[in-house]
Design a protein around this ligand. Structure first.
Ligand code: NAD
Ligand code: TYD
Length: 337
């Protein structure tokens, strides 16, 4: 599959995916369709701006005729849908845009993919569609969907639509469900870059509730190679869980960041918990490992070392991202918490 429409490619995972694809698979041609919301940042792709195999197009995945025009004009063979509203806390304060982008946007892409006979559609979903786990067990691809937040409900709705298009119209589609990603270019509303940014500025690190919630951390580069494996090796119709096999409590992650940055634990501040906060996510990734031969390239410790070093070496990127509306967002989200 050589001509790929990547949606949401100016965001965190999408921009890492484009970098990986253009570097490691020079035969592919990438068209990046992105609305450039607060989370989209073309600075993430400066290195590739002049690459003849890369084209950026500003636009909305909810605009069906525009999407169809792009597919025709560039002879698109595959679509990988990263575009989304992606932050759980924002979905609690304002759920509507999550339905528009994540549900209507995915529906629009599916209709265009069906009508233009796209050869492969990949929906980048999340383990959060499965809901929350107790102290034991892991999500498999057969775990039933039980989303708890407006964000995960919108992603689950999109997954159901992908399945419906595959079932009803034989659309060659795959769904990937990954755990929490971390790495370079992540917007500092998400926990790891938020804590790094605050620690660097000697500001409090706001840990929700007791901080014993568990996430299964996946290094973003490893997520990107997993998606590439699905694109190039998976049978249409199959769903794959992608996880890093790195279960950590939030307190463990925050303590590691403070240790690496040589900052005191007194910066940790327990704040009011997120409403409906999922307690634990854990992924059983054995299907993608055994069927497609994918494996993570780093341990959590190695991935965190690289990530923290990247944020230290790219203070200007961080400063640009947190200038403007970020402070207003932060103050509203964390006031009186
Ligand atoms: P992000 O918020 O960093 O980036 C989203 C991108 O989508 C931005 O560039 C934004 O401008 C673009 N976008 C938003 N609305 C759009 C629209 N209507 N039309 C076109 N572009 C639009 O998100 P991310 O963290 O890179 O996540 C990418 C995908 O992976 C999402 O689908 C998300 O649900 C999924 N995911 C993310 C994580 C994670 O840990 N970050 C975990 C599991 C799944
Ligand atoms: P987040 O990065 O928002 O991802 P998700 O909610 O999709 O898992 O949060 C990761 C974990 O960190 C989650 O348990 C919530 C917690 N968290 C905090 O404790 N403090 C914060 O300021 C943020 C943003 C998250």
């Amino acid at each position: 599959m050589e001509r790929i429409l990547v949606t949401g490619g100016a965001g965190f995972i999408g921009s890492n995916f484009i970098a990986m694809a253009l570097t490691e698979n020079p035969e592919c041609r990438i068209i990046n369709l992105d609305k450039l919301t607060y989370a989209g940042n073309l600075e993430n792709l400066t290195e590739y701006a002049e690459n003849p195999n890369y084209t950026f197009i500003k636009g909305d995945i909810c605009d069906g005729p525009f999407v169809e025009k792009i597919i025709e004009e560039y002879g698109i063979e595959a679509i990988i849908n990263f575009a989304a509203e992606s932050h759980v806390d924002r979905s609690i304060t304002g759920p509507k845009i999550f339905i528009e982008t994540n549900v209507t946007g995915t529906l629009t892409l599916l209709q265009a993919a069906r009508d233009k006979k796209i050869k492969r559609f990949i929906q980048v979903s999340t383990d959060e569609v499965y809901g929350s786990l107790g102290a034991t067990g892991k999500f498999t691809e057969n775990t039933s969907l039980s989303p708890n937040s407006p964000y995960s409900a919108s992603k689950a709705a999109a997954d159901h639509l992908v399945h419906a298009f595959a079932h009803t119209w034989n659309l060659p589609a795959n769904i990937t469900r990954c755990s929490n990603n971390y790495g370079r270019y992540q917007f500092p509303e998400k926990m790891i870059p938020l804590m790094i940014n605050n620690a660097l500025n000697n500001k409090d690190l706001p840990v929700y509730g007791d901080g014993q919630q568990v996430r299964d951390w996946l290094y973003v580069y490893d997520h990107c190679t997993a998606i590439w494996a699905v694109l190039t090796k998976a049978k249409p119709g199959d769903t794959y869980n992608i996880g890093g096999c790195n279960e950590k409590s939030n307190m463990e992650v925050v303590r590691l960041i403070l240790e690496k940055l040589d900052k005191p634990e007194s910066l940790i501040k327990h704040v009011t918990d997120r409403p409906g906060h999922d307690r634990r996510y854990a992924i059983d990734a054995s299907k993608i490992i055994t069927e497609l031969g994918w494996e993570p390239s780093v341990t959590f410790e190695q991935g965190m070392e690289k990530t923290i070093q990247w944020y230290l070496n790219n203070r200007r990127w961080l400063e640009n991202v947190v200038s403007g509306d970020y402070q207003k967002y932060y103050d509203q989200m964390y006031a009186n918490r």
